[in-house]
Structure formats: C-alpha cells, structure tokens
Design a protein. Structure first.
Lengths: 114, 111
C-alpha cells in the first residue's frame, strides 16, 4: 500500500511569489491534514479535511494560505504571496475515520522563501 | 500557547541502555497521546499511543507511561539500539482530530 506522498520535496521561491504544494493521501483515507514545522520547532496543525470539506482550519496563519481538496482525493496548499516567515517544512497526513486512528505522515515539502 | 512541551532537546544514551523521553502537557482536555519518531528528510512515523483511561501501554521495546494528575507522559525505550537515533515527538489530541506536538527530542544512541 502506497503511503502519503507530497510534491515537491523542496521549493525555493522569492518573497511575493506563489507556491502550490500537493499531497496525495493513502487511498481510502477520508481525513487529510496539513501541518507545518518552522525552524526546528514544534509541528503545528494547519487544517483538517474530511473528504472534500474543511473540518477545521483553525491553524491556518492568515488568508495568504488556501487549501483545497478536489473530489476528496488529493489536496493542494497554496501560499500567495509568500513571505519570509512562511519558510519551513509542510507535512501532510491522512487517517481513517476515528480521531484515534493513526495519522500517517508524508515526507514533507521544505519551503524556503528568500 | 504551546500545550505540549518536551523540555529536553537532546538525549544521548549508550547502546543497550534505557532511553527515557519526557513530555508535559497543559490542556486537561487531552485524551489521547502519541509518540512519533522522525528521521532526517522523512515525515514523522507513528510509534506508540495511549488513551487517557490507561496509565501504561507497551509495544515491544517501547513503553509509554501516562500520569494524568501530573499531566506528564514518558516514553521508555529498552534496550536502545543504534537505529533508534532520531527525533522523537510527543503529541496529544482532545477528542478531535487535531494533533498538538512538542518541539521534539533528538536521541543519539552511542555504540
């Protein structure tokens, strides 16, 4: 069974540009999450999808971040325009139905904003 | 505002000895606790979990202990092996799906 995949693995952009990160969850997982780790600190929750619906987006930093999950399959996270403080590693995770079901993480996308 | 804290950023242990990682939390609504392990350039990998109705859960070399009154949990690895060298994250959830993580503890197992 394929795990969670993320693309790209690395992205280097300049301040003010736009970047789109993609996540493909484990097949059959209705729950999809985005998290971010900045500067080696804690991993912080950004948002949670159940199928195509946003269940919880309380962790989204501001309206420069837009997440979508087309048809309840893959998800994209767009940052527009990017700022220096957006640099970090963005992780995607997916899980089955219950809140105690294990969240399986992808390898992350390392975003560097110059 | 950080609700899960790992106060030891690093731990060095000799191969074969016990590794003890600690984690404290502040939110009394947390009811499910997890440990994840992370290698460089990889995502976190689930290691072990414990529900708030238990005080201990064991899986092979890994045991997690929960002390609800102290809002403290710990992970014991025994015996420690070189492949255990990684960053370990403590995480918790409060009857929802959102995980709150600590900042991680880097474990180095010396031969």
């Amino acid at each position: 069974e394929a795990g969670v995949t993320q693309f790209p693995s690395h992205s280097v952009i300049e301040k003010g540009q736009t970047v789109t990160l993609r996540c493909d969850p484990i097949s059959g997982h209705d729950n999809l999450y985005w998290y971010r780790r900045v500067m080696g600190k804690e991993i912080k929750f950004l948002l949670h999808f159940v199928k195509e619906s946003k269940q919880d987006e309380s962790g989204m930093p501001n309206n420069r971040f837009l997440a979508e999950r087309t048809g309840g399959t893959y998800s994209t996270l767009k940052v527009q325009p990017a700022e220096l403080e957006d640099s970090g590693v963005y992780f995607c995770a997916s899980s089955n139905s219950r809140h105690t079901d294990t969240q399986y993480f992808g390898p992350g996308t390392r975003l560097t904003v110059l | 505002d950080q609700q899960v804290k790992q106060n030891s950023p690093s731990l060095s242990v000799q191969e074969g000895r016990i590794s003890i990682l600690n984690c404290d939390y502040t939110n009394s609504m947390f009811d499910y606790f997890l440990w994840y392990k992370k290698y460089p350039a990889e995502g976190p990998t689930f290691l072990i979990s414990i529900s708030s109705i238990k005080d201990k859960n064991e899986d092979g070399r890994f045991t997690v202990f929960l002390n609800k009154s102290a809002k403290h949990l710990s992970l014991h690895i025994v015996p420690s092996q070189p492949g255990d060298s990684a960053v370990y994250f403590c995480a918790a959830s409060a009857n929802d799906y959102k995980l709150s993580f600590g900042a991680g503890t880097t474990v180095t197992v010396r031969a």
